[in-house]
Design a protein around this ligand. Structure first.
Ligand code: PHE
Length: 340
């Protein structure tokens, strides 16, 4: 019987080697672990074995079963990864080699996304605000509860100008200005270009776009934040989007979060795009810190609010399957004119 087991083992290993698809592995599973499979056959044989040998043989069958299960599981994972890789690589995003056949201009992908998100928030009662790209230290940091020498300043490598002003590192720099301009209640979004002294690679640029949003009113809570983000993202992607919040630290929100969306490519199963986690990080957010509200002249006894800093560049990359952030600033018309 031991011999039969080791023979079956050899057959199994041989078959496993030739497996090419998830369907094949399912078939192999049935063949060995199914109701009429080889393992059941071995169990039948076990009945005829004399009692004093039953323990030894039983153990051998059990070890065999565990080994099969483990190998099948590993092979399944490996095949799934491979299938995702093929799927992603063959998904059409845009074609750099395509010839431009038209002689009129087209909108930049970030502009398209920005306008789309703006109109969604507008329909939910938010106003759209403009703010300059050159700001002062007070608005970019101090009014956001980041005093001088606070370690949080190291999170953003700032470009300073000889005038002492700086290029805004995030759209949050406009929060104080907007609060002072309108007071509460308030619903506003402010898109803008941000600058950070980052080394550039496929995922990082020193110039990128964000869209800040704030909502201040009586009884505003985290559930309002989740509702608005979910609605907006589902509209942008044209299908229901699942979100989750993880704790995140920013001195101007308390509590602070990182909002993730369920990976739109694999639906949460795990694929190379989401690094097998099933989730993609999209948008830091949180409840506005009372100190920030106070500095903005808002009555903290009466009002609370949420803020989010949506990465527009990131959103455009996700929506259009752009793998390298540098494409967006490249001026490569062959690539850029294909987004509509
Ligand atoms: N301004 C933050 C950044 O760019 C993001 C953020 C915005 C976080 C709003 C919380 C609330 O890193």
């Amino acid at each position: 019987m031991i011999e039969k087991t080791s023979q079956l083992k050899k057959i199994f290993e041989e078959k496993l080697k030739n497996i090419k698809s998830v369907q094949d592995i399912e078939q192999l599973k049935v063949e060995f672990l199914g109701k009429k499979g080889s393992l059941q056959e071995l169990m039948q044989d076990l009945r005829a074995v004399p009692n004093e040998k039953k323990k030894e043989f039983g153990q051998a069958i059990n070890n065999f079963k565990q080994a099969i299960e483990k190998s099948i599981e590993e092979k399944q994972k490996e095949l799934k990864k491979l299938e995702w890789k093929i799927k992603i690589e063959s998904t059409p995003s845009y074609d750099e080699s395509l010839l431009i056949q038209k002689d009129f201009g087209s909108l930049h992908p970030i502009t398209i996304i920005q306008r789309e998100v703006e109109s969604i928030f507008e329909s939910m009662g938010f106003t759209i605000e403009n703010y300059s790209e050159i700001v002062d230290d007070y608005h970019c940091f101090e009014a956001l509860n980041i005093p001088p020498y606070h370690p949080a300043r190291d999170m953003q490598d700032t470009y300073y100008l000889s005038t002492g002003q700086l290029l805004k590192t995030h759209t949050s720099a406009a929060q104080n200005y907007i609060m002072r301009k309108y007071g509460a209640p308030l619903r506003a979004i402010f898109p803008g270009r941000c600058f950070r002294n980052e080394s550039i690679d496929a995922c990082h640029e020193n110039t990128f776009f964000q869209m800040e949003g704030i909502m201040i009113d009586e009884n505003i809570s985290i559930s309002n934040l989740i509702y608005f983000m979910k609605t907006m993202l589902s509209e942008v992607f044209g299908r229901p989007v699942e979100v989750r919040l993880r704790p995140g630290f920013f001195p101007f929100v308390e509590p602070g979060f990182e909002l993730d969306i369920k990976c739109l490519i694999c639906g949460g199963e795990g694929c190379p795009s989401c690094k097998d986690s099933g989730w993609l990080e999209l948008c830091p957010c949180g409840m506005i810190h009372p100190k920030v509200l106070e500095m903005g002249g808002i009555d903290t006894e009466k009002y609370t609010g949420f803020a989010f800093g949506l990465g527009l560049t990131r959103l455009a990359m996700m929506k259009y399957g752009i793998k390298d952030i540098r494409t967006l600033n490249s001026g490569n018309l062959k690539a850029l004119s294909q987004f509509v």
